[in-house]
Design a protein around this ligand. Structure first.
Ligand code: MN
Length: 496
């Protein structure tokens, strides 16, 4: 037990403690994320990994565990695991080994899962998390190993039988195991969001939780701050960020209630029920499987060389932390804006295309607020945006040149969104042009002053009234006058 205690030196911030009836409690969380490897073929067979095929249409003889079939390792899956390890700042093990994890289940035709037990392909690493709220924190990665996914039992399509779909059987998974470094439900959510971002940048997992490409087992225990670790329970297969938060919050409260009532926590596996928002016991330690791991005799140890790893390292994309630092340093963006933009690789790319040669803060503001808000409203991703980065840049150029006002830019953006087309052409054809001609503005200003002699006299005493005049002139120009030019003309004519 002492070995695990030394891993958990980080104490929760005061605001992260949970008040029970008798004491304040600290939640200790570790995660095991299962990430489906982005690859064409399965880990040990050439069958397709495509999602949504007809049941049992992507099953090779190996996946169906026909007698005499032999697994052959998929080099692309190995490369993806190594790339992921590099992205997690982790040690790459040049020699690793596949073991058989034995258990009997209808959706596991082999009767065992090929996994990595004592010698995983990736060792210790770390992930830095900067949540929207709260302090940044680092989550230690204990290991990443490759293993096969199982098939799926279907219980609701036949009145008498359970059916089995083996399409997923043998698909490559990366199991990513963290140290117990997470201290709250919010941190658990923020960690998985960050992990998903890294995987997506790397292109090693699509991170699509709805399709089951990424799911988390969450180990939760509670203790009084500074005390030794409590007994943990494992919540299996949580498949959305929101559910992760709910599952942790509920499980922590449950454990606190048990302990404060004088009970003890039994180590067990639990399920999260999203409908009821609670965790339920699935099996206790006594019912835990004995997997009888042993090295798979059909597979040689997996040996890769430095050159293979270096080649992959050289091809890594810029990762979110580095990109964020660059956005702050090179574009002068506020920390928060940079964080929002790098959360998705496509969004960051869009921003850079729109910002090239322009005022970066203005571009960031437009991408985050106008574009981001509009995408949200229509439930679209950045890749589905009807306004390309080039088109948005066209709008920004018209603003920068003083051709259109900020207000007009928003109207123009909406037109480009719904109708597409070149922003400059649209602005020209619809007469969206701000009036900067001083002769025209002077005439409007004279008119408004002449129509409001009392106010004008008042404004000479109280210069802040100039705002009211600006409003009147803007209205008279039907919103087309350049507000800055109007302000200047008014001040000159009112003698302010
Ligand atoms: Mn696993």
């Amino acid at each position: 037990m002492t070995a695990t205690v030394e891993l958990t030196t980080r104490t929760a911030a005061a605001g992260q403690l949970i008040s029970g009836a008798k004491a304040d409690w600290e939640v200790i969380i570790g995660m095991e994320a299962h990430a489906q490897v982005a690859s064409q073929a399965k880990l040990f067979s050439g069958a397709s990994t495509a999602f949504g095929g007809a049941p049992n249409s992507h099953v090779s003889l190996v996946d169906a565990a026909m007698p005499g079939m032999l697994p052959v390792i998929n080099r692309a899956c190995v490369a993806q695991a190594v790339r992921t390890g590099l992205g997690l700042n982790a040690r790459i093990n040049l020699k690793s080994r596949f073991d058989r994890k034995n258990y009997f289940y209808p959706d596991l035709p082999q009767g065992y899962q090929i996994s990595q037990y004592q010698e995983p392909i990736v060792g210790e690493g770390e992930v830095r998390v900067e949540p929207d709220e709260g302090d940044p924190f680092v989550v230690g990665i204990e290991r990443l190993h490759l293993e096969q996914d199982a098939g799926k039992s279907i219980h609701d399509q036949d009145p008498r039988f359970s059916l089995v779909d083996l399409n997923r059987s043998g698909v490559a998974l990366m199991e990513i195991v963290t140290r117990p470094d997470i201290r709250s439900a919010d941190e658990a959510k923020a960690f998985l969001v960050k992990l998903r971002t890294i995987l997506r940048y790397l292109g090693t997992c699509d991170g699509d939780m709805e399709k089951g490409s990424l799911r988390a087992d969450i180990n939760v225990s509670v203790r009084e701050p500074g005390a030794t670790l409590g007994t943990r329970c494992e919540i299996k297969n949580v498949n959305s960020i929101r559910f992760i938060g709910q599952a942790v919050a509920h499980e922590a409260r449950r454990q606190i209630a048990v302990i404060e009532d004088g009970g003890t926590i039994e180590q067990e596996t639990r399920l999260f029920d999203p409908q009821r928002g609670e965790t339920r016991s699935m099996r206790s330690k006594e019912e835990a499987h004995d997997y009888r791991y042993f090295p798979d005799p059909d597979l040689l140890p997996l040996v890769i060389d430095e050159a293979f790893v270096d080649g992959l390292r050289g091809d890594l994309p810029e990762l979110p932390d580095a990109k964020k630092a660059r956005f702050v340093a090179d574009y002068g963006l506020p920390d928060h804006d940079a964080a929002v933009l790098v959360a998705e690789r496509d969004l960051a790319g869009y921003f850079e295309a729109a910002a090239a040669g322009r005022e970066p803060r203005l571009a960031a503001n437009w991408v985050i607020n106008e574009l981001g808000g509009r995408l949200n409203r229509d439930g679209l991703t950045i890749a589905e945006s009807p306004v390309s980065a080039e088109r948005l840049a066209g709008v920004l150029d018209l603003v920068a040149a003083g051709t259109i006002s900020g207000k007009m830019a928003k109207d123009l953006f909406e037109i480009v969104w719904t109708e597409d087309g070149d922003p400059a052409e649209i602005a020209a054809s619809r007469g969206m042009q701000q009036v900067t001609d001083t002769g025209e503005i002077d005439a409007l200003v004279d008119q408004v002053i002449a129509d409001n002699p009392d106010k004008a006299a008042e404004a000479r005493e109280k210069p802040q009234l100039v705002g009211w005049f600006v409003g009147q002139v803007m209205k008279a120009s039907q919103g087309k006058a350049n507000p800055k030019a109007v302000n200047e003309a008014l001040r000159a004519k009112l003698g302010l």
